[in-house]
Design a binder for this molecule. Structure first.
Ligand code: GRF
Length: 216
């Protein structure tokens, strides 16, 4: 049985696209059965449309309180018997109640090597800071933003003349590799969240949960 997975987006949806491609493989433990956007007409919805995946817009602007938006979202996810949620460029903070309910079944991608550069303007801050290595992280979502334990990370070099855009593009390429990899690991239960930590089951080799720039 493939895990019924929902992907939540707000914008471009390039990570959604990489997840759709991965899930279309003959053998993959997750199936994307629903794409939800909190932004009407988000460009990423076109990827769902092209793949024939049902989509819904739940516009946060139609709710006065965060909890009401979260409840509406939760109701749809329950109704569709969703087992796993991937946040992919979803630009809403989910409340503690929602996060607790979906704990261990809610993952996110962030374009830095967490715990460095949480929050926004990530690439700009990375370039400004002069770090030589940045990257991206797929992690379990916990109540504190961008703080949940990592599942897969990719390291990406920062060149001395890199612009924010150049770095963003290089990191995005790595994102498209690690998100499908992490989804597979969570869906086939090779990893799980236990006491706030990621527990690795079958995966013992470092190469399975870290992509190194030297490896291309
Ligand atoms: C990605 O960089 C992701 O890491 C961040 O938001 C961006 C979304 O890009 N959370 P896309 O919509 O998947 O193209």
């Amino acid at each position: 049985m493939r895990i019924r997975t929902a992907v939540l987006i707000s914008g471009r949806g390039s990570n959604l696209k990489s997840l759709i491609t991965a899930c279309s493989a003959e053998v993959f433990p997750a199936e994307i059965v629903l794409v939800i956007s909190n932004v009407p007409n988000a460009p990423g919805l076109n990827h769902a449309r092209a793949a024939g995946i049902p989509q819904q817009v739940i516009a946060h602007t139609e709710f006065q309180r965060r909890e009401d938006f979260d409840s509406a979202l939760d109701a749809v996810l329950q109704e569709e018997k969703i087992g796993l949620i991937c946040l992919a460029g979803f630009m809403r903070i989910l409340g503690d109640g929602f996060v607790a309910r979906w704990q261990g079944r809610l993952i996110n991608i962030h374009p830095s090597l967490l715990p460095s550069f949480r929050g926004t303007r990530v690439h700009e801050r990375a370039v400004e800071s002069g770090v030589r290595i940045s990257g991206c992280t797929v992690h379990y979502v916990t109540p504190e933003m961008d703080s949940g334990p990592a599942i897969v990370q990719a390291a990406v070099p920062v060149g001395p003349d890199d612009t924010t855009e150049a770095l963003a593009a290089r990191v995005l390429e790595a994102e498209h590799k690690i998100y499908p990899q992490a989804l597979k690991m969570v869906a086939d239960r090779s990893v799980r969240l236990e006491n706030g930590k990621t527990v690795f089951g079958a995966y013992r080799c470092a190469g399975e949960f870290l992509i190194n720039p030297a490896e291309g």
